[in-house]
Design a protein around this ligand. Structure first.
Ligand code: PEP
Ligand code: MG
Length: 761
């Protein structure tokens, strides 16, 4: 039975579309389990005012003419029962069960044995897979396992078909069900916007190519040959350029070999026969490359073995051309919603950012760096919207609800009208918030709090200046490192930092030293680790590379010459020793510059509190520095042991967890006892609920993305300090983050601030 299961799974993966996959499952399962019927029901979400229904999408054994027509509500029949309970139902004689419903025209009357399993995707029931038999029988546990395994394999395909529109466009679904599809992720950056999807495809990786069959091998071959030809032309050009630059004819042998391989021979033959056998161009390429690299890898001559990598590179180049053909040069829509996997700052650089209105990432969470960037730009974002059929969304109308982390595809009818109204209200809210720009961040009982901005890209400098920030509370210096092709030198860094220090002349500017590693890679300094967030990150890395650290500190000190508004912040400090060493290097850079005749001023030095060990040693650490800044993004990650970027566990990641709040209270209290200034620069500072509690703790400065600042100013100006203290005490007596959120939601809505935590005013 296991072999059978494996065979079905492989065949399903090779299906051209969901329709064929479901038909195939119905056919194969019926035979494999020797049953009389196998059907698949998919839950369809119609217009907002109608109830979801389970629509029969494939059957083998029942009346095929009813596919797409027959449907059940969630409270109807045994199929509804399976979906409602999200649990399998195995019955010897189905008609005896109280939930049994007779559906006419379907031909179900003769069946007794019933086994239905839910198709579940990340906690959501997407449909039901059912087998039935004429005779009365109870299905065995092996048969149950077989069906459960198959249903789990189907879930991702159904989800993708829902989102891409394949399901609603399928002819077998009646028009009233051709409605919007909502893909749920996590809140990334608040706001509601309409736009046109622009898909960003994954980096070219042959191993990521999935199996697809083609119905038109001739057309597929033409496409593949165009890509091969384009790469051949590139090599011919490269060969000429190289010969001109080096005058070295020998090396050109390599280019000649590539050109030859792409002109005739076994690689091309293998591609041709694969496409003729029905494989898609990309899948044929992947397999032909695998076949050829395997030959070279077995060779004993090391030089020839190395050629395997050349063939892989060649394949990647052809794949890039194939992908560019489908998604390449394009007319940019007026309102772009960027959709992709693992998006980063560099993807934003590839599109006209003045047209960017929304971001959707299939990975990550609200505390990923992409979400932070979206908030800095004031652009709504949904994160961790997993298993999106990214390329198929291209050019479709979509709505991003950044409050709930929703991507709504093809909204229609009254639902679309409702979303338009919400988007309009969001625009009005943003306009109203700008009127707070020059007003102080002061509670109604006169307590002031510093509101600073977090920046990284120089692109966030412009919005930072217009929102009325009193300083830069966190400059993530790794961002300028990330968007370059090599480590920037001292002079280049000096210019970058000078721009920020100059823009905020007379106000405090906190430059954080390089915090790479974790989810912030440098393409030119690759680090491969099993646990990057527990690995060579932040201060740990630069203390092992003093040349990088010293160059950066020198650049920071030089950049502040004559301005003297520099504070240096050290990330990921986990021990007194690390802090001591980092301070010694800062002292070394300072003394060197003085010796070189630069009249640099000693900077203020601060530590980020983001590692639990630093919380437990807070009094010693605070005593060694001028100020502290709590990085709640990492502190939450490390206290809760939940990866801040992993969408699978993101629902559990919550900076309002009582354990995190207690740690923050301890750090704030210790800082105040020692007379040290204390900032929160993690995303909690820019969360309206978090800001209320931090206000209650007596935090000195909240530093956040520019887009969040007006919202937080509104919060501060709507509370008294004593109200905030009371809410904090109440929160600290709660045991669950959900209870804390509920209490704060009420506190905000009571004061007319509900529009800050959900769509609309
Ligand atoms: C934090 O961890 O809270 C923080 C501000 O740093 P980053 O998000 O850059 O890791
Ligand atoms: Mg951090």
């Amino acid at each position: 039975m296991l072999d059978e299961l494996r065979r079905i799974v492989t065949e399903v993966a090779q299906s051209v579309d969901l329709r064929s996959a479901l038909d195939l499952i119905a056919r194969r399962v019926k035979d494999a389990l020797s049953v009389d019927v196998c059907s698949v029901y998919v839950l369809i979400h119609p217009e907002a005012d109608q109830k979801s229904r389970l629509v029969m999408q494939a059957t083998e054994g029942l009346n095929q003419a009813m596919v797409g027509t027959v449907s059940l509500a969630l409270n109807e029949g045994l199929v509804g029962l399976v979906a409602r309970r999200a649990e399998l139902v195995n019955l010897e004689n189905a008609p005896d069960h109280p939930a049994f419903k007779f559906v006419s025209d379907i031909g179900e009357e003769f069946y007794h044995g019933f086994l239905g399993v839910p198709i579940i995707y990340r906690g959501d029931v997407l449909g039901v897979l059912v087998v039935q038999s004429r005779e009365q029988r109870r299905f065995s546990s092996d048969q149950e396992s077989f069906l459960v395994t198959l249903a789990s394999q189907l879930a991702s395909g159904i989800r993708q078909a829902q989102v891409s529109g394949e399901l609603s466009q399928s002819q077998s679904i009646t028009p009233q069900w051709s409605a919007a599809v909502t893909a749920r992720g996590l809140p990334g950056s608040p706001g509601v916007v309409f736009g046109i999807a622009v898909s960003v495809l994954d980096v070219v990786d042959l191993e990521q190519v999935i199996d697809r069959v083609t119905r038109d091998p001739a057309a597929e071959w033409i496409v593949l040959m165009a890509a091969v030809q384009a790469v051949r032309a590139e090599f011919t050009q490269l060969k000429q350029d190289f010969a001109k630059a080096s005058g070295n004819e020998d090396e050109n042998i390599l280019f000649d070999a590539f050109i030859l391989m792409l002109s005739s021979g076994s690689l091309l033959d293998s591609l041709e026969s694969r496409v003729n056998n029905g494989q898609s161009a990309s899948a044929a390429l992947r397999d032909a490359v695998r076949e050829h690299t395997a030959v070279f890898e077995k060779m004993s001559d090391p030089y020839l073995r190395e050629r395997a990598q050349d063939i892989r590179d060649l394949g990647s180049r052809v794949l890039a051309k194939l992908q560019a053909r489908t998604h390449g040069e394009r007319q940019w829509p007026e309102r772009i919603v960027l959709i992709g996997r693992d998006l980063s700052a560099s993807h934003l650089a590839e599109i006209p950012t003045d047209r960017l209105v929304g971001i959707v990432s299939s990975t990550g969470s609200g505390s990923s760096h992409l979400a932070i960037l979206a908030r800095a730009l004031g652009i709504p974002a949904a994160m961790g919207v997993a298993d999106l059929p990214i390329s198929q969304l291209n050019d479709q109308e979509v709505v991003v609800d950044g409050y709930r982390g929703l991507l709504i595809v093809r909204p229609a009818g009254p639902y679309r009208q409702e979303l338009l109204r919400l988007a309009q209200e969001e625009t009005e809210l943003t306009a109203e918030l700008t009127s707070l720009r020059d007003l102080p961040a002061e509670t109604t009982d006169g307590v002031k709090i510093g509101l600073h901005v977090n920046i990284g890209l120089l692109a966030d400098m412009a919005p930072s200046k217009t929102v009325g920030a009193e300083g830069i509370g966190l400059y993530r210096t790794e961002v300028p490192f990330q968007i370059r092709k090599q480590f920037p030198g001292e002079a280049e860094q000096t210019l970058i930092y000078r721009e920020a220090l100059e823009a905020f002349r007379g106000r405090s500017v906190v430059l954080r030293t390089l915090d790479v590693g974790g989810d912030k890679p440098l393409s030119y300094f690759p680090i491969k680790e099993d646990n990057p967030f527990l690995g060579w990150r932040g201060i740990r890395l630069v203390l092992d590379h003093p040349e990088i650290f010293l160059t950066q500190i020198r650049a920071m000190l030089k950049a502040s010459l004559g301005l003297d508004n520099l504070s240096i912040l050290l990330p990921m400090i986990g021990s007194v020793d690390e802090l001591q060493t980092a301070k010694e290097y800062i002292e070394q850079a300072f003394l060197e510059l003085r010796e070189e005749g630069e009249p640099v001023a000693p900077p203020r030095i601060g530590v980020m509190i983001e590692v639990p060990s630093a919380v437990y040693q807070i009094e010693y650490i605070a005593a060694m520095v001028d100020f502290l800044s709590i990085g709640t993004n990492d502190l939450t990650q490390y206290i809760l042991a939940i990866d801040r970027n992993n969408e699978r566990v993101a629902a559990r990641y919550d900076a309002l967890h009582p354990a995190v709040l207690r740690a923050i209270v301890d750090v704030v209290d210790a800082a105040h006892i020692l007379g040290r200034e204390i900032t929160v620069c993690g995303e909690l500072a820019g969360d309206p609920m978090g800001a209320v509690l931090l206000l209650g703790m007596g935090i000195d400065i909240l530093s956040m993305s520019a887009g969040s600042l007006p919202r937080i100013k509104w919060v501060i100006r709507s509370f008294t300090h004593s109200d905030a203290r009371k809410l904090l005490n109440d929160a600290l007596s709660c045991h669950r983050p959900g209870d804390i959120r509920q209490m704060l939601y009420h506190a905000l809505t009571e004061r007319g601030l509900g529009g800050l935590v959900r769509a609309g005013r």
